[in-house]
Design a protein around this ligand. Structure first.
Ligand SMILES: [Zn+2]
Length: 319
């Protein structure tokens, strides 16, 4: 089929015609658009993980176990295999609470996607699925923090099942982040593959709410400058673009994110890391961090940017 000139058509008809041409033209290699099903699933994952019945997904609590069961089910349905050590990595550690330290029993969830080019090295993609539970009868649903990052990671996993990555990939939903990066600390102490075989950690924490500054922040290129030119080629998506920072000695206090989430445990274990996350917003660590505060188009853009960032790193590393 020849491409029709869409200029004389109303935009929607033109878009439909273009879509039809794309699918009907085998000799024109066009970047396949993300199927709309990805968008629906992305939003559905956050809606379910941030619902009241998950009770804020506290580590060791029934709501945390519900969230974990949901993530295990999603990985199974995507065909993401467990590692030889098993799908679930339980641990017991001392963690922080408002009342002081106590023992937490958490469980990390792990999947493996084999690579095609660098099969013996792993990119470890992480997102924590726990949040802070309930307080004074209020549920802290943690839609952005971090149901969103888990959903983005699952969207990446689905994409990698459609088109295999260069590196082997571990998809890791971590527990106990809010209690002191507990799951990540355990993971690097007892990794399912040798630590030396981990090429890098790519951590997603808060990927839904970029409307404050239109940026998906990339933290860690100060520590690992070789990653920066790779990601500088990733174009903006919709209203969101990558920004680099929150990682220099001049970034202080809450503007320095090097220790802010699970990637810090990898950094301390001398595993190269990058952290992708959006800026603070008014609902951060409040009971109002709810699903209905998420703007779908922004969340979709951040997720597509996250997937594009993974692909750029995966293609460029170990050349
Ligand atoms: Zn978080």
């Amino acid at each position: 089929m020849r491409h029709l000139r869409p200029a004389a058509l109303p935009p929607l008809a033109a878009a439909l015609l273009l879509a039809a041409c794309t699918t009907a033209t085998p000799d024109a290699p066009v970047a396949a658009p993300q199927p709309p099903a990805m968008h629906a699933q992305l939003l559905e994952d956050v809606r379910i993980l941030a619902a009241d019945d998950m009770q804020g997904r506290d580590t060791g609590a029934p709501g945390g176990a519900m969230a974990r069961a949901y993530i295990v089910g999603r990985l199974e349905s995507l065909g993401v295999a467990p590692p030889p050590m098993g799908r679930e990595q339980p641990w017991e550690m001392q963690g922080r609470t408002r009342e002081g330290p106590r023992t937490f029993n958490g469980v990390n969830v792990i999947g493996v996607i084999p690579g095609t080019r660098v099969t013996d090295k792993y990119i470890v993609v992480t997102a924590h699925y726990d949040h802070v539970g309930t307080n004074d009868g209020q549920v802290f649903n943690g839609a952005d923090d971090n149901a969103s990052g888990v959903a983005t990671m699952l969207a990446l996993a689905a994409d990698l099942k459609r088109q295999a990555p260069d590196h082997s990939v571990l998809i890791v939903a971590l527990d106990g982040e809010e209690r002191g990066l507990l799951g990540a600390k355990h993971f690097v102490e007892a990794p399912p593959v040798p630590l030396e075989s981990i090429a890098m950690n790519l951590n997603f924490d808060m990927t839904a709410r970029a409307e404050t500054d239109g940026r998906l922040w990339v933290t860690g290129t100060y520590q690992h400058p070789n990653f920066r030119p790779i990601l500088e080629s990733v174009p903006a998506n919709g209203a969101v673009s990558l920004a680099f920072g929150k990682d220099t000695p001049q970034d202080t206090g809450e503007d320095n994110w090097v220790q802010a989430s699970d990637h810090a445990a990898f950094h301390r274990a001398q595993v190269p890391f990058l952290y992708l996350g959006v800026n603070y917003h008014a609902d951060y660590h409040r009971p109002s961090d709810d699903f209905d505060r998420i703007t779908p188009s922004v969340f979709i853009s951040v997720t597509e940017l996250s997937i594009a960032s993974f692909r750029a790193l995966d293609r460029a590393l170990d050349r």
